[in-house]
Write a protein that binds this ligand. Structure first.
Ligand SMILES: [Zn+2]
Length: 581
Protein backbone atom coordinates (compact mmCIF):
# COMPACT_ATOMS: atom_id res chain seq x y z
CA UNK A 1 0.00 0.00 0.00
CA UNK A 2 3.00 2.31 0.31
CA UNK A 3 3.43 5.02 -2.33
CA UNK A 4 -0.12 4.65 -3.42
CA UNK A 5 -0.58 6.35 -6.76
CA UNK A 6 -4.02 7.62 -7.59
CA UNK A 7 -5.61 4.78 -9.52
CA UNK A 8 -7.25 7.02 -12.07
CA UNK A 9 -3.75 8.12 -13.13
CA UNK A 10 -1.94 4.87 -12.60
CA UNK A 11 -4.47 2.92 -14.61
CA UNK A 12 -5.23 5.52 -17.22
CA UNK A 13 -5.51 3.59 -20.46
CA UNK A 14 -2.70 4.08 -22.98
CA UNK A 15 -4.21 2.13 -25.86
CA UNK A 16 -7.64 2.25 -27.48
CA UNK A 17 -8.31 -1.33 -26.48
CA UNK A 18 -7.77 -0.66 -22.82
CA UNK A 19 -10.36 2.14 -22.71
CA UNK A 20 -13.26 0.75 -20.72
CA UNK A 21 -16.83 0.89 -21.91
CA UNK A 22 -16.40 2.86 -25.17
CA UNK A 23 -15.70 -0.01 -27.55
CA UNK A 24 -17.68 1.20 -30.58
CA UNK A 25 -16.16 4.60 -30.36
CA UNK A 26 -12.54 3.54 -29.96
CA UNK A 27 -12.91 1.08 -32.83
CA UNK A 28 -14.15 3.85 -35.10
CA UNK A 29 -11.28 6.12 -34.13
CA UNK A 30 -8.75 3.36 -34.69
CA UNK A 31 -10.18 2.59 -38.12
CA UNK A 32 -10.12 6.25 -39.08
CA UNK A 33 -6.42 6.42 -38.22
CA UNK A 34 -5.59 3.16 -40.02
CA UNK A 35 -7.36 4.26 -43.18
CA UNK A 36 -5.88 7.77 -42.98
CA UNK A 37 -9.31 9.38 -43.10
CA UNK A 38 -8.73 12.06 -40.53
CA UNK A 39 -10.92 15.05 -39.92
CA UNK A 40 -9.51 18.41 -38.87
CA UNK A 41 -11.73 18.87 -35.89
CA UNK A 42 -13.28 16.39 -33.54
CA UNK A 43 -15.78 17.04 -30.82
CA UNK A 44 -15.86 14.55 -27.97
CA UNK A 45 -19.04 14.97 -25.92
CA UNK A 46 -20.21 13.17 -22.84
CA UNK A 47 -20.43 13.20 -19.04
CA UNK A 48 -17.37 13.75 -16.90
CA UNK A 49 -14.86 10.98 -16.38
CA UNK A 50 -15.96 8.66 -19.17
CA UNK A 51 -12.73 8.82 -21.17
CA UNK A 52 -12.96 11.85 -23.48
CA UNK A 53 -9.56 13.33 -22.66
CA UNK A 54 -7.99 9.90 -22.38
CA UNK A 55 -9.19 8.99 -25.87
CA UNK A 56 -8.02 12.36 -27.19
CA UNK A 57 -4.53 11.65 -25.85
CA UNK A 58 -4.44 8.12 -27.21
CA UNK A 59 -5.64 9.49 -30.52
CA UNK A 60 -2.89 12.12 -30.54
CA UNK A 61 -0.27 9.57 -29.67
CA UNK A 62 -1.48 7.02 -32.23
CA UNK A 63 -1.60 9.33 -35.24
CA UNK A 64 2.00 10.40 -34.62
CA UNK A 65 3.34 6.90 -34.00
CA UNK A 66 5.78 5.96 -36.73
CA UNK A 67 5.41 2.25 -36.14
CA UNK A 68 1.72 1.55 -35.67
CA UNK A 69 0.84 -2.08 -35.10
CA UNK A 70 -1.45 -4.10 -37.31
CA UNK A 71 -4.11 -3.72 -34.65
CA UNK A 72 -4.11 0.04 -35.18
CA UNK A 73 -2.58 0.82 -31.80
CA UNK A 74 0.48 2.98 -31.14
CA UNK A 75 3.67 0.96 -30.67
CA UNK A 76 4.69 2.69 -27.45
CA UNK A 77 8.37 2.43 -28.40
CA UNK A 78 9.07 4.78 -31.32
CA UNK A 79 10.53 8.22 -30.73
CA UNK A 80 7.16 9.90 -30.82
CA UNK A 81 5.50 7.40 -28.49
CA UNK A 82 8.39 7.63 -26.06
CA UNK A 83 8.24 11.40 -25.82
CA UNK A 84 4.53 11.13 -25.40
CA UNK A 85 4.77 8.56 -22.62
CA UNK A 86 7.53 10.36 -20.77
CA UNK A 87 5.99 13.77 -20.59
CA UNK A 88 2.43 12.78 -21.08
CA UNK A 89 2.48 15.38 -23.80
CA UNK A 90 5.00 15.64 -26.56
CA UNK A 91 5.85 18.78 -28.48
CA UNK A 92 3.21 17.78 -30.92
CA UNK A 93 0.40 17.64 -28.44
CA UNK A 94 -1.04 20.69 -26.73
CA UNK A 95 -3.69 20.68 -24.10
CA UNK A 96 -5.74 23.65 -23.09
CA UNK A 97 -8.21 23.55 -20.26
CA UNK A 98 -10.80 26.05 -21.33
CA UNK A 99 -12.36 26.00 -17.88
CA UNK A 100 -9.48 28.10 -16.57
CA UNK A 101 -8.07 29.52 -19.83
CA UNK A 102 -11.08 30.89 -21.59
CA UNK A 103 -10.01 34.38 -22.64
CA UNK A 104 -9.32 35.68 -26.13
CA UNK A 105 -5.63 35.88 -25.24
CA UNK A 106 -5.51 32.21 -24.33
CA UNK A 107 -6.97 31.32 -27.69
CA UNK A 108 -4.61 33.72 -29.51
CA UNK A 109 -1.62 32.02 -27.88
CA UNK A 110 -2.94 28.73 -29.11
CA UNK A 111 -3.69 29.84 -32.65
CA UNK A 112 -0.23 31.38 -32.96
CA UNK A 113 1.30 28.02 -32.15
CA UNK A 114 -0.92 26.42 -34.75
CA UNK A 115 0.90 28.35 -37.49
CA UNK A 116 4.21 26.63 -36.71
CA UNK A 117 4.52 23.23 -38.44
CA UNK A 118 5.60 20.21 -36.38
CA UNK A 119 9.35 19.76 -35.92
CA UNK A 120 9.04 16.01 -36.12
CA UNK A 121 6.08 13.76 -36.62
CA UNK A 122 3.21 14.43 -38.96
CA UNK A 123 0.58 16.11 -36.82
CA UNK A 124 0.17 18.69 -34.15
CA UNK A 125 -2.80 17.88 -31.98
CA UNK A 126 -4.64 20.47 -29.92
CA UNK A 127 -6.86 19.16 -27.19
CA UNK A 128 -9.22 21.74 -25.77
CA UNK A 129 -11.00 20.49 -22.70
CA UNK A 130 -14.33 21.94 -21.52
CA UNK A 131 -14.50 23.91 -24.73
CA UNK A 132 -17.99 25.20 -23.88
CA UNK A 133 -16.33 27.39 -21.24
CA UNK A 134 -14.65 29.60 -23.84
CA UNK A 135 -15.94 33.15 -23.82
CA UNK A 136 -17.95 34.34 -26.79
CA UNK A 137 -15.00 36.44 -27.99
CA UNK A 138 -12.63 33.49 -27.60
CA UNK A 139 -15.02 31.32 -29.59
CA UNK A 140 -15.03 33.86 -32.39
CA UNK A 141 -11.26 34.12 -32.41
CA UNK A 142 -11.03 30.35 -32.54
CA UNK A 143 -13.55 30.04 -35.33
CA UNK A 144 -11.17 31.65 -37.82
CA UNK A 145 -8.53 28.99 -37.15
CA UNK A 146 -11.09 26.23 -37.41
CA UNK A 147 -12.26 27.53 -40.78
CA UNK A 148 -8.84 27.29 -42.43
CA UNK A 149 -6.66 24.99 -40.38
CA UNK A 150 -3.23 23.91 -41.66
CA UNK A 151 -3.14 20.29 -42.84
CA UNK A 152 -0.93 19.17 -39.95
CA UNK A 153 -3.21 20.56 -37.25
CA UNK A 154 -5.89 18.46 -35.64
CA UNK A 155 -8.23 19.83 -33.02
CA UNK A 156 -9.96 17.68 -30.48
CA UNK A 157 -12.55 19.59 -28.54
CA UNK A 158 -14.04 17.97 -25.46
CA UNK A 159 -17.16 19.03 -23.63
CA UNK A 160 -19.66 17.84 -21.10
CA UNK A 161 -22.20 20.27 -22.49
CA UNK A 162 -22.65 19.86 -26.17
CA UNK A 163 -25.72 22.10 -26.27
CA UNK A 164 -23.55 25.08 -25.33
CA UNK A 165 -21.41 24.75 -28.45
CA UNK A 166 -22.47 27.24 -31.11
CA UNK A 167 -23.74 25.72 -34.37
CA UNK A 168 -20.99 27.27 -36.48
CA UNK A 169 -18.45 25.23 -34.50
CA UNK A 170 -20.60 22.12 -34.32
CA UNK A 171 -20.96 22.07 -38.09
CA UNK A 172 -17.19 21.91 -38.51
CA UNK A 173 -16.66 18.99 -36.18
CA UNK A 174 -16.82 15.27 -36.42
CA UNK A 175 -18.84 14.48 -33.33
CA UNK A 176 -18.32 11.54 -30.99
CA UNK A 177 -20.78 11.00 -28.18
CA UNK A 178 -19.28 9.26 -25.18
CA UNK A 179 -21.85 7.44 -23.09
CA UNK A 180 -21.85 6.69 -19.39
CA UNK A 181 -19.93 3.55 -18.59
CA UNK A 182 -22.11 0.67 -17.44
CA UNK A 183 -21.87 -0.48 -13.84
CA UNK A 184 -20.86 -3.88 -15.10
CA UNK A 185 -17.85 -2.46 -16.96
CA UNK A 186 -16.89 -0.34 -13.98
CA UNK A 187 -17.13 -3.27 -11.58
CA UNK A 188 -15.00 -5.44 -13.86
CA UNK A 189 -12.40 -2.73 -14.22
CA UNK A 190 -12.29 -2.12 -10.48
CA UNK A 191 -11.88 -5.85 -9.95
CA UNK A 192 -8.86 -5.89 -12.22
CA UNK A 193 -7.38 -2.84 -10.50
CA UNK A 194 -7.98 -4.43 -7.09
CA UNK A 195 -6.26 -7.57 -8.24
CA UNK A 196 -3.23 -5.66 -9.51
CA UNK A 197 -3.04 -3.70 -6.27
CA UNK A 198 -3.35 -6.78 -4.11
CA UNK A 199 -6.57 -5.47 -2.59
CA UNK A 200 -9.45 -7.78 -1.72
CA UNK A 201 -12.80 -6.36 -2.69
CA UNK A 202 -16.30 -7.75 -2.35
CA UNK A 203 -18.35 -7.45 -5.48
CA UNK A 204 -21.19 -5.80 -3.56
CA UNK A 205 -18.76 -3.13 -2.39
CA UNK A 206 -17.62 -2.46 -5.96
CA UNK A 207 -21.26 -2.32 -7.04
CA UNK A 208 -21.86 0.42 -4.48
CA UNK A 209 -18.85 2.33 -5.81
CA UNK A 210 -20.02 1.90 -9.39
CA UNK A 211 -23.47 3.14 -8.45
CA UNK A 212 -22.02 6.14 -6.68
CA UNK A 213 -19.79 7.07 -9.61
CA UNK A 214 -22.75 7.42 -11.97
CA UNK A 215 -21.05 5.97 -15.02
CA UNK A 216 -17.79 7.87 -14.72
CA UNK A 217 -14.64 5.78 -14.49
CA UNK A 218 -12.50 8.57 -13.10
CA UNK A 219 -14.89 9.07 -10.21
CA UNK A 220 -15.19 5.32 -9.70
CA UNK A 221 -11.44 4.98 -9.39
CA UNK A 222 -11.05 7.89 -7.00
CA UNK A 223 -13.90 6.60 -4.82
CA UNK A 224 -12.22 3.21 -4.94
CA UNK A 225 -8.95 4.77 -3.74
CA UNK A 226 -10.77 6.48 -0.91
CA UNK A 227 -12.42 3.24 0.21
CA UNK A 228 -9.18 1.29 -0.09
CA UNK A 229 -7.38 3.69 2.21
CA UNK A 230 -10.32 3.77 4.63
CA UNK A 231 -10.56 -0.01 4.80
CA UNK A 232 -6.84 -0.72 4.73
CA UNK A 233 -7.12 -2.84 1.63
CA UNK A 234 -10.07 -4.97 2.76
CA UNK A 235 -12.90 -3.54 0.74
CA UNK A 236 -15.97 -5.09 2.33
CA UNK A 237 -19.55 -4.12 1.65
CA UNK A 238 -20.18 -2.98 5.22
CA UNK A 239 -17.12 -0.77 5.41
CA UNK A 240 -17.81 0.66 1.98
CA UNK A 241 -21.34 1.79 2.78
CA UNK A 242 -20.05 3.18 6.05
CA UNK A 243 -17.34 5.17 4.34
CA UNK A 244 -19.47 6.37 1.47
CA UNK A 245 -22.46 7.14 3.64
CA UNK A 246 -24.71 4.86 1.61
CA UNK A 247 -27.92 3.37 2.96
CA UNK A 248 -27.63 -0.39 3.43
CA UNK A 249 -29.49 -2.50 0.82
CA UNK A 250 -30.97 -4.37 3.69
CA UNK A 251 -33.20 -1.41 4.53
CA UNK A 252 -34.78 -1.53 1.10
CA UNK A 253 -35.55 -5.20 1.43
CA UNK A 254 -37.15 -4.53 4.78
CA UNK A 255 -39.19 -1.59 3.50
CA UNK A 256 -40.47 -3.64 0.60
CA UNK A 257 -41.54 -6.44 2.92
CA UNK A 258 -43.34 -3.88 5.06
CA UNK A 259 -45.13 -2.44 2.03
CA UNK A 260 -46.26 -5.88 0.97
CA UNK A 261 -47.50 -6.74 4.44
CA UNK A 262 -48.92 -3.24 5.02
CA UNK A 263 -46.87 -2.80 8.17
CA UNK A 264 -47.07 0.98 7.99
CA UNK A 265 -46.15 1.80 11.61
CA UNK A 266 -43.00 -0.29 11.37
CA UNK A 267 -41.99 1.47 8.19
CA UNK A 268 -42.31 4.79 10.03
CA UNK A 269 -40.00 3.50 12.74
CA UNK A 270 -37.52 2.26 10.16
CA UNK A 271 -37.60 5.64 8.43
CA UNK A 272 -36.86 7.30 11.74
CA UNK A 273 -33.95 4.93 12.22
CA UNK A 274 -32.47 5.94 8.86
CA UNK A 275 -33.02 9.67 9.35
CA UNK A 276 -31.47 9.52 12.81
CA UNK A 277 -28.34 8.08 11.23
CA UNK A 278 -28.02 11.31 9.33
CA UNK A 279 -29.25 10.11 5.97
CA UNK A 280 -31.31 12.38 3.84
CA UNK A 281 -34.87 11.40 2.95
CA UNK A 282 -34.18 11.91 -0.73
CA UNK A 283 -31.35 9.35 -0.60
CA UNK A 284 -33.75 6.85 0.85
CA UNK A 285 -36.29 7.51 -1.87
CA UNK A 286 -33.81 7.28 -4.72
CA UNK A 287 -32.38 4.13 -3.17
CA UNK A 288 -35.87 2.68 -2.90
CA UNK A 289 -36.49 3.47 -6.54
CA UNK A 290 -33.35 1.63 -7.54
CA UNK A 291 -34.36 -1.29 -5.35
CA UNK A 292 -37.83 -1.46 -6.91
CA UNK A 293 -36.24 -1.29 -10.34
CA UNK A 294 -33.97 -4.17 -9.39
CA UNK A 295 -36.98 -6.17 -8.25
CA UNK A 296 -38.71 -5.44 -11.53
CA UNK A 297 -35.65 -6.64 -13.40
CA UNK A 298 -35.46 -9.75 -11.21
CA UNK A 299 -38.94 -10.88 -12.12
CA UNK A 300 -37.89 -12.12 -15.49
CA UNK A 301 -35.10 -14.54 -16.30
CA UNK A 302 -34.22 -12.61 -19.44
CA UNK A 303 -33.69 -9.30 -17.59
CA UNK A 304 -32.05 -10.90 -14.56
CA UNK A 305 -28.53 -10.46 -16.00
CA UNK A 306 -29.14 -6.68 -15.88
CA UNK A 307 -28.78 -6.97 -12.15
CA UNK A 308 -25.14 -6.23 -11.39
CA UNK A 309 -24.77 -7.93 -8.04
CA UNK A 310 -23.29 -11.10 -6.60
CA UNK A 311 -25.08 -14.42 -7.04
CA UNK A 312 -26.11 -14.38 -3.43
CA UNK A 313 -27.74 -10.96 -3.74
CA UNK A 314 -29.36 -11.99 -7.00
CA UNK A 315 -31.12 -14.82 -5.21
CA UNK A 316 -32.30 -12.39 -2.59
CA UNK A 317 -33.74 -10.05 -5.19
CA UNK A 318 -35.34 -12.97 -7.00
CA UNK A 319 -37.00 -14.20 -3.83
CA UNK A 320 -38.45 -10.81 -2.97
CA UNK A 321 -39.46 -10.11 -6.56
CA UNK A 322 -41.51 -13.32 -6.53
CA UNK A 323 -43.66 -11.79 -3.79
CA UNK A 324 -44.32 -8.55 -5.72
CA UNK A 325 -46.92 -8.14 -8.43
CA UNK A 326 -45.84 -6.06 -11.42
CA UNK A 327 -48.69 -3.73 -10.52
CA UNK A 328 -47.27 -3.16 -7.06
CA UNK A 329 -43.81 -2.50 -8.48
CA UNK A 330 -45.00 -0.04 -11.13
CA UNK A 331 -47.16 1.82 -8.69
CA UNK A 332 -44.60 1.92 -5.91
CA UNK A 333 -42.03 3.17 -8.40
CA UNK A 334 -44.41 5.85 -9.56
CA UNK A 335 -45.16 6.88 -5.98
CA UNK A 336 -41.44 7.13 -5.15
CA UNK A 337 -40.78 8.99 -8.36
CA UNK A 338 -43.46 11.55 -7.48
CA UNK A 339 -41.82 12.00 -4.10
CA UNK A 340 -38.45 12.43 -5.75
CA UNK A 341 -39.82 15.14 -8.03
CA UNK A 342 -41.54 16.99 -5.19
CA UNK A 343 -38.81 16.57 -2.62
CA UNK A 344 -36.85 19.70 -3.34
CA UNK A 345 -39.83 22.03 -3.20
CA UNK A 346 -41.51 20.33 -0.27
CA UNK A 347 -41.72 22.34 2.93
CA UNK A 348 -42.12 19.30 5.15
CA UNK A 349 -39.78 16.76 3.65
CA UNK A 350 -40.14 14.20 6.38
CA UNK A 351 -43.91 14.19 6.06
CA UNK A 352 -43.57 13.83 2.31
CA UNK A 353 -41.40 10.74 2.75
CA UNK A 354 -43.77 9.33 5.37
CA UNK A 355 -46.73 9.83 3.08
CA UNK A 356 -44.80 8.14 0.31
CA UNK A 357 -44.18 5.11 2.51
CA UNK A 358 -47.88 4.96 3.43
CA UNK A 359 -48.88 5.17 -0.22
CA UNK A 360 -46.34 2.53 -1.19
CA UNK A 361 -47.88 0.23 1.41
CA UNK A 362 -51.19 0.71 -0.38
CA UNK A 363 -49.78 0.31 -3.87
CA UNK A 364 -51.11 -3.19 -4.12
CA UNK A 365 -54.67 -2.34 -3.16
CA UNK A 366 -57.78 -2.18 -5.30
CA UNK A 367 -56.45 -5.00 -7.34
CA UNK A 368 -58.32 -5.75 -10.52
CA UNK A 369 -57.99 -9.46 -10.03
CA UNK A 370 -61.20 -11.07 -8.94
CA UNK A 371 -61.77 -12.44 -5.52
CA UNK A 372 -62.33 -10.96 -2.13
CA UNK A 373 -59.69 -8.61 -0.89
CA UNK A 374 -58.25 -9.22 2.55
CA UNK A 375 -58.63 -5.52 3.26
CA UNK A 376 -62.38 -5.86 2.96
CA UNK A 377 -62.58 -8.51 5.60
CA UNK A 378 -62.43 -6.11 8.46
CA UNK A 379 -65.28 -3.77 7.49
CA UNK A 380 -67.40 -6.75 6.50
CA UNK A 381 -66.84 -8.32 9.83
CA UNK A 382 -67.92 -5.15 11.56
CA UNK A 383 -70.97 -4.97 9.39
CA UNK A 384 -72.02 -8.48 10.34
CA UNK A 385 -71.61 -7.67 13.96
CA UNK A 386 -73.33 -4.34 13.80
CA UNK A 387 -75.99 -5.37 11.34
CA UNK A 388 -77.89 -7.66 13.59
CA UNK A 389 -77.91 -5.31 16.53
CA UNK A 390 -79.57 -2.48 14.71
CA UNK A 391 -82.04 -4.71 13.02
CA UNK A 392 -84.40 -6.30 15.45
CA UNK A 393 -86.24 -9.21 13.90
CA UNK A 394 -89.48 -7.30 13.92
CA UNK A 395 -88.29 -4.10 12.33
CA UNK A 396 -86.44 -4.63 9.13
CA UNK A 397 -85.39 -1.30 7.62
CA UNK A 398 -87.77 0.16 5.18
CA UNK A 399 -87.53 -1.58 1.86
CA UNK A 400 -85.48 0.47 -0.53
CA UNK A 401 -86.99 -1.11 -3.60
CA UNK A 402 -88.35 2.06 -5.13
CA UNK A 403 -89.09 2.22 -8.80
CA UNK A 404 -85.95 3.16 -10.62
CA UNK A 405 -86.50 6.19 -12.73
CA UNK A 406 -84.16 8.02 -14.98
CA UNK A 407 -83.52 10.52 -12.24
CA UNK A 408 -83.11 8.14 -9.35
CA UNK A 409 -80.01 6.06 -9.20
CA UNK A 410 -80.43 3.55 -6.48
CA UNK A 411 -78.44 1.26 -4.38
CA UNK A 412 -78.69 -2.24 -5.80
CA UNK A 413 -81.91 -3.83 -4.67
CA UNK A 414 -81.28 -5.97 -1.64
CA UNK A 415 -82.10 -9.64 -1.73
CA UNK A 416 -83.61 -11.48 1.19
CA UNK A 417 -80.50 -13.53 1.67
CA UNK A 418 -77.47 -12.95 3.78
CA UNK A 419 -75.04 -12.18 1.03
CA UNK A 420 -75.57 -9.97 -1.93
CA UNK A 421 -73.17 -10.01 -4.76
CA UNK A 422 -72.84 -6.58 -6.19
CA UNK A 423 -70.87 -5.86 -9.29
CA UNK A 424 -68.51 -3.00 -8.53
CA UNK A 425 -66.54 -0.53 -10.52
CA UNK A 426 -63.82 -2.82 -11.66
CA UNK A 427 -66.13 -5.65 -12.54
CA UNK A 428 -65.03 -7.83 -9.68
CA UNK A 429 -67.51 -9.34 -7.31
CA UNK A 430 -67.75 -7.67 -3.98
CA UNK A 431 -69.52 -9.62 -1.34
CA UNK A 432 -71.38 -7.54 1.13
CA UNK A 433 -73.82 -8.06 3.88
CA UNK A 434 -76.74 -5.79 4.35
CA UNK A 435 -78.31 -4.88 7.57
CA UNK A 436 -81.75 -6.20 8.42
CA UNK A 437 -82.04 -8.59 5.53
CA UNK A 438 -81.79 -11.51 7.86
CA UNK A 439 -84.82 -10.41 9.74
CA UNK A 440 -86.97 -13.23 8.51
CA UNK A 441 -84.40 -15.84 9.43
CA UNK A 442 -84.15 -16.01 13.16
CA UNK A 443 -81.99 -19.11 12.96
CA UNK A 444 -79.18 -17.09 11.47
CA UNK A 445 -79.84 -14.09 13.56
CA UNK A 446 -79.58 -15.98 16.76
CA UNK A 447 -76.02 -17.08 16.25
CA UNK A 448 -74.77 -13.57 15.85
CA UNK A 449 -76.75 -11.86 18.52
CA UNK A 450 -73.94 -12.01 21.06
CA UNK A 451 -71.46 -10.26 18.81
CA UNK A 452 -73.97 -7.56 18.24
CA UNK A 453 -74.44 -6.80 21.90
CA UNK A 454 -70.74 -6.34 22.53
CA UNK A 455 -70.44 -4.01 19.60
CA UNK A 456 -73.43 -2.00 20.66
CA UNK A 457 -71.94 -1.38 24.07
CA UNK A 458 -68.67 -0.19 22.65
CA UNK A 459 -70.04 1.95 19.86
CA UNK A 460 -73.53 3.29 20.33
CA UNK A 461 -74.98 4.60 17.08
CA UNK A 462 -74.54 8.33 16.56
CA UNK A 463 -77.44 10.41 15.30
CA UNK A 464 -77.39 11.04 11.59
CA UNK A 465 -77.52 14.82 11.45
CA UNK A 466 -76.83 16.87 8.37
CA UNK A 467 -73.75 18.49 9.87
CA UNK A 468 -72.24 15.23 11.02
CA UNK A 469 -73.06 13.62 7.70
CA UNK A 470 -71.48 16.45 5.75
CA UNK A 471 -68.38 16.17 7.94
CA UNK A 472 -68.08 12.43 7.45
CA UNK A 473 -68.70 12.85 3.73
CA UNK A 474 -65.95 15.45 3.40
CA UNK A 475 -63.65 13.41 5.55
CA UNK A 476 -64.00 10.42 3.28
CA UNK A 477 -63.36 12.60 0.23
CA UNK A 478 -60.28 14.11 1.85
CA UNK A 479 -58.68 10.78 2.58
CA UNK A 480 -59.05 9.51 -0.98
CA UNK A 481 -55.70 8.73 -2.61
CA UNK A 482 -54.46 10.62 -5.64
CA UNK A 483 -55.75 8.14 -8.16
CA UNK A 484 -59.22 8.80 -6.81
CA UNK A 485 -59.08 12.53 -7.51
CA UNK A 486 -62.04 12.41 -9.95
CA UNK A 487 -64.19 10.80 -7.27
CA UNK A 488 -62.99 13.33 -4.74
CA UNK A 489 -64.11 16.15 -7.03
CA UNK A 490 -67.47 14.47 -7.52
CA UNK A 491 -67.97 14.16 -3.82
CA UNK A 492 -67.06 17.76 -3.16
CA UNK A 493 -69.65 18.84 -5.71
CA UNK A 494 -72.30 16.53 -4.42
CA UNK A 495 -74.29 17.47 -1.32
CA UNK A 496 -75.68 14.73 0.86
CA UNK A 497 -79.03 15.34 2.50
CA UNK A 498 -80.52 13.48 5.44
CA UNK A 499 -83.87 11.83 4.79
CA UNK A 500 -84.42 10.00 8.06
CA UNK A 501 -82.51 8.58 11.00
CA UNK A 502 -81.01 5.92 8.81
CA UNK A 503 -81.35 7.28 5.28
CA UNK A 504 -79.48 9.86 3.34
CA UNK A 505 -79.37 10.91 -0.25
CA UNK A 506 -76.45 12.09 -2.32
CA UNK A 507 -77.59 14.78 -4.72
CA UNK A 508 -75.57 14.51 -7.89
CA UNK A 509 -75.43 17.29 -10.43
CA UNK A 510 -75.83 15.03 -13.42
CA UNK A 511 -76.08 11.42 -14.51
CA UNK A 512 -72.36 10.96 -14.96
CA UNK A 513 -71.63 12.30 -11.52
CA UNK A 514 -74.27 10.01 -10.08
CA UNK A 515 -72.78 7.11 -11.92
CA UNK A 516 -69.33 7.70 -10.50
CA UNK A 517 -70.58 8.08 -6.98
CA UNK A 518 -72.61 4.92 -7.36
CA UNK A 519 -69.48 3.06 -8.31
CA UNK A 520 -67.92 4.07 -5.03
CA UNK A 521 -71.14 3.65 -3.08
CA UNK A 522 -69.97 0.58 -1.20
CA UNK A 523 -66.88 2.32 0.07
CA UNK A 524 -68.65 5.52 0.99
CA UNK A 525 -71.48 3.73 2.72
CA UNK A 526 -69.21 1.46 4.67
CA UNK A 527 -67.27 4.49 5.86
CA UNK A 528 -70.42 6.37 6.87
CA UNK A 529 -71.87 3.36 8.64
CA UNK A 530 -68.70 2.90 10.56
CA UNK A 531 -68.47 6.58 11.36
CA UNK A 532 -72.02 6.61 12.80
CA UNK A 533 -71.69 3.10 14.23
CA UNK A 534 -74.92 2.39 12.48
CA UNK A 535 -75.04 -0.35 9.86
CA UNK A 536 -78.68 0.33 9.14
CA UNK A 537 -77.82 3.51 7.31
CA UNK A 538 -78.69 3.38 3.64
CA UNK A 539 -77.68 5.67 0.86
CA UNK A 540 -79.44 6.76 -2.26
CA UNK A 541 -78.13 8.72 -5.14
CA UNK A 542 -80.37 11.15 -6.94
CA UNK A 543 -79.84 13.53 -9.71
CA UNK A 544 -80.57 17.02 -8.59
CA UNK A 545 -82.90 18.38 -11.25
CA UNK A 546 -82.56 21.89 -9.94
CA UNK A 547 -78.89 21.74 -10.82
CA UNK A 548 -79.27 20.43 -14.28
CA UNK A 549 -75.77 21.13 -15.36
CA UNK A 550 -75.30 18.31 -17.81
CA UNK A 551 -74.20 20.76 -20.48
CA UNK A 552 -71.96 22.70 -18.12
CA UNK A 553 -69.22 20.20 -17.45
CA UNK A 554 -66.18 21.16 -15.45
CA UNK A 555 -62.79 20.61 -17.01
CA UNK A 556 -62.40 17.39 -15.06
CA UNK A 557 -65.78 16.18 -16.19
CA UNK A 558 -65.05 17.00 -19.79
CA UNK A 559 -61.81 15.11 -19.50
CA UNK A 560 -63.51 12.15 -17.83
CA UNK A 561 -66.06 12.09 -20.60
CA UNK A 562 -63.28 12.09 -23.17
CA UNK A 563 -61.65 9.19 -21.36
CA UNK A 564 -64.87 7.22 -21.43
CA UNK A 565 -65.23 7.82 -25.11
CA UNK A 566 -61.60 7.07 -25.84
CA UNK A 567 -60.03 4.63 -23.36
CA UNK A 568 -56.62 5.06 -25.00
CA UNK A 569 -56.42 8.35 -23.10
CA UNK A 570 -56.38 6.44 -19.82
CA UNK A 571 -53.40 4.44 -20.96
CA UNK A 572 -51.65 7.53 -22.22
CA UNK A 573 -52.28 9.15 -18.86
CA UNK A 574 -50.87 6.23 -16.89
CA UNK A 575 -47.86 5.60 -19.11
CA UNK A 576 -46.69 9.18 -18.92
CA UNK A 577 -48.04 9.85 -15.43
CA UNK A 578 -50.05 12.79 -16.74
CA UNK A 579 -52.57 14.77 -14.81
CA UNK A 580 -55.02 17.44 -15.74
CA UNK A 581 -53.95 20.92 -14.67
ZN1 LIG B 1 5.00 4.51 -31.69
Amino acid sequence: MEDYIVSARKYRPVTFDSVVGQKALTTTLKNAISSGKLANTYLFCGPRGVGKTTCARIFAKTINCTNRGADGEACGECESCKSFNEELRSYNVFELDAASNNSVDDIRNLTEQVRIPPMNGKYKVYIIDEVHMLSQAAFNAFLKTLEEPPKYAIFILATTEKHKIIPTILSRCQIYDFGRISNKDIIEHLQSVAQKEGVTAEKEALAVIAEKSDGGMRDALSIFDQVVSFTGGQVTYQKTIENLNVIDYDYYFRFTDMFLEKRIPESMVLLNDILSKGFDGSHLISGLMLHLRNLLVSRDACTLPLLEVSDEMRERYKAQAAKCSPRFLYRALKICNDCDLNYRISKNKRLLVELTLIQAAQADEDDDSSGRKPKRLHPIFKTIAATTKAAPATAAPKATAKPVTAQTVQQPAPQPVRKNTVPTLNGSIFTSIYGGRTAGRPDQLHGRQTVQVIDQEQHPAKPLTLDALQNAWNEFAATLPRQDTPLKNRMINCHPTVKSDTEFTAMAGNAMMADEIRQAQERILSFIRERFSNPAITMEIEIDQSRNVEHLLTREEQYDKMKKENPALIELESVFGLELR
